[in-house]
Design a protein around this ligand. Structure first.
Ligand SMILES: [Zn+2]
Length: 196
């Protein structure tokens, strides 16, 4: 049980920090936080800086309750505060949440937020296979562009692009691939045309 409590605290802390950062960027009087790109700037941008080697950094810890036959993971909704319990043997991907939150936090040059609310049974009672979504905004008054069904590969790709990398390091095989191969996916995630 103590393990679950620690996990809840970790998820709350990470979610709060991520939400706070997003809100600060969102509420900026000039619509964009310092250093963030407008839709037009993104379309024209090809950064010069090399990407940070963030894949080497430690990921968030996960805790499981060993007192029961199935691994239990508790999700606390950042919107309504309700708890939803998942059993990992059911095939959900709730275990990825701490990792996804940390990866999204590394993206500082685009106003992006991880939307994990599909995992809340109260907010989304009709969803049997919850997915992670990314919300990208280009200004305070613009509606966020939402892409669901995203993976850690997508978040890494967005981070590398935002840092001006010419290459993408694949998540599993660690292959170095030209960023141009991922132009279509980047445009889907960003909701705008880009030049690579
Ligand atoms: Zn909820």
């Amino acid at each position: 049980m103590w393990c679950n409590v620690i996990f809840i605290v970790i998820v709350f802390t990470i979610a709060f920090i991520g939400f706070t950062g997003y809100s600060l960027a969102k509420d900026n009087a000039n619509n964009l936080a310092p250093g963030q790109h407008s839709r037009v700037e993104l379309a024209d941008k090809l950064g010069q800086l090399p990407p940070k080697n963030f894949l080497e950094e430690p990921m968030g810890a996960m805790c499981y309750d060993t007192a029961v036959p199935l691994n239990r993971t508790q999700f606390i909704c950042p919107i309504c505060g309700e708890m939803t319990v998942y059993h990992s043997s059911f095939g959900d991907n709730i275990e990825e949440l701490p990792t996804y939150l940390l990866l999204v936090r590394k993206i500082t040059k685009i106003d992006v937020k991880l939307d994990d609310t599909q995992f809340c049974k109260k907010c989304n009672p009709g969803i049997s296979s919850p997915q992670y979504c990314l919300l990208v905004k280009y200004g305070k008054n613009e509606e966020a562009h939402k892409t669901c069904g995203i993976t850690d590969e997508d978040i890494n790709l967005l981070y590398e692009f935002s840092e001006g990398s010419k290459d993408h390091i694949t998540s599993y095989t660690r292959d170095k691939r030209p960023m141009t191969e991922y132009k279509k996916r980047l445009e889907e995630l960003l909701g705008t045309k880009i030049k690579i």
